[in-house]
Design a protein around this ligand. Sequence first.
Ligand SMILES: Cc1cc2nc3c(=O)[nH]c(=O)nc-3n(C[C@H](O)[C@H](O)[C@H](O)COP(=O)(O)OP(=O)(O)OC[C@H]3O[C@@H](n4cnc5c(N)ncnc54)[C@H](O)[C@@H]3O)c2cc1C
Length: 532
Amino acid sequence: MAWNAWGDPAHARQLEDSQRQLLVDTLGVSAAAPPRVERSALRLPPGALPEPARAALTAVVGEEHLRTDDAARILHLGGKSTPDLLRRREGDAHHAPDAVVTPGSHEQVQALVEICAEHAVAVVPFGGGTSVVGGVEPAREGHPALISLDLRRLDALVELDEESGTATLQAGLRTPEAEELLGAEGYTLGHFPQSFEFATIGGYAATRSAGQSSAGYGRFDAMVTALKVATPRGTLDLGRAPATAAGPDLRQLFLGSEGTLGVLTEVTVRVRRAPAERRDEAWSFPSFAAGTAAVRALAQRGLLPTAIRVSDETETFVNAVIAGSAAPEGCLSVVSHEGDPDEVARRGEAVRQVLTAHEGSLLDDEVAAAWRRSRFSGPYMRDALLDTGVLTETLETATSWAGLAALRETVTATLTAHLRTATSTPVVFCHLSHAYPSGGSLYFTVAADAGEEPRSRWRAAKQAAGDAIAAAGGSITHHHAVGQDHRPWMEAEVGPLGVEVLAAVKRTLDPAGIMNPGKLIPEAATQPPAVS
Ligand SMILES: Cc1cc2nc3c(=O)[nH]c(=O)nc-3n(C[C@H](O)[C@H](O)[C@H](O)COP(=O)(O)OP(=O)(O)OC[C@H]3O[C@@H](n4cnc5c(N)ncnc54)[C@H](O)[C@@H]3O)c2cc1C
């Protein structure tokens, strides 16, 4: 993965002249793009890993799996949010981890976290590094040194239990390889987030990820049946039966724990037979309200297809411009069905009846085919836009059906107000990305003139949008997780007592506070209690 951009550098995109001109005309983009320094210009601080800790860690993994060179440290500077990329483009590497350690087994991970606890060395579990919320930021928070614990060598399919329909996967396995290993046996995981090519099994579990086909296959957390976790206090093996009444479900403590409690090393997930048939359809609705009403009807009747999303009018137009095609009328919805041919036909017909009853019109097959071709390529466009002087970023939330329209209105208005300047007007658009019987998730994208201070402008807009989401009763995140960036809203999300509960669990499992400091749990709650 490129150190200062999304994905594979070979797939980098550039805007066409007509697209660039459209941005100048619609957004008032000034010609200057934010700077982009060469990697060789980065200045890293000297590594600060104390020698006794280095020697002990090396004894576990071997010299070649503890790297302190610039190349390795630069690839672990943080995640892939727009502010992350802007910082790297500016050449900011002052926070680089002191070392990158790549363990090869659960036992090695267990030994490493124990050594780090003993030497007060902070540990950032690093999967694919695709966090967009500061989840893999090397934040020391008072610790003298920090390692990035890159799980890439834990990349095996440990066991496929065909009788039970489950697979045990090592945490560092990326999704394309997981799909390849499972596909060879006729199975699929069915998890297809936009970060599919780079994100890992452990990262998905640690962030409660949701993918494009989660309507059909379920969110990642819903697929997990068992977990193996290395914590500074020892190993936990959780999930011995498909269901249990043996008290609160401790697996839930680790799903979404974002590396703050321990390192997930193995994840057992429910797998499905690879579908024999897939049918994609594109629909148009006269308004976003009509499209969301249709999806709500499907969710509440138990008729959700494998994937479904509805773009608002602006997103429908913008996506057509990017694809170089004519925009359909109104709001575009993409629907996908997977399964046995009979089921695809039967469900497809039932869904079609509901969508038609909600004023939906079926579009040409090519519209859906274009969505499938481009569904992982959007992030490359972000780099091309940044190169052109456009600040672009996304945020997401979820709420009840009753609160959805008001939440969309307030977030759109807040982002627009905070990104507008005297000479430029931002574009803010949104789609309904996931649906449940009781509500749905809204995914917003902004495009605005980058101006002089794109990072601080985005920070202010994001702060205001987060406050608006909290005030409107939405969740601060539906699937991007909390990390550093959403931490200020955790108390609004779970209440002060909820934060205390999380902090108490952390103190039990990680008394030295070395596991991914500065993430998820608000700072005040992680401080030791004052002595009276
Ligand atoms: C372009 C783009 C598109 C995206 N699209 C989606 C999307 O469609 N759906 C979605 O849900 N998310 C999406 N994301 C966000 C991101 O991909 C997810 O949060 C993903 O689950 C992170 O996986 P990862 O392996 O990259 O984890 P990382 O980014 O490496 O880590 C994420 C967090 O999990 C922790 N962690 C990682 N591995 C472990 C482990 N084994 N044990 C304990 N903690 C661990 C890290 O410390 C960190 O806190 C997108 C991100 C980008 C940049």
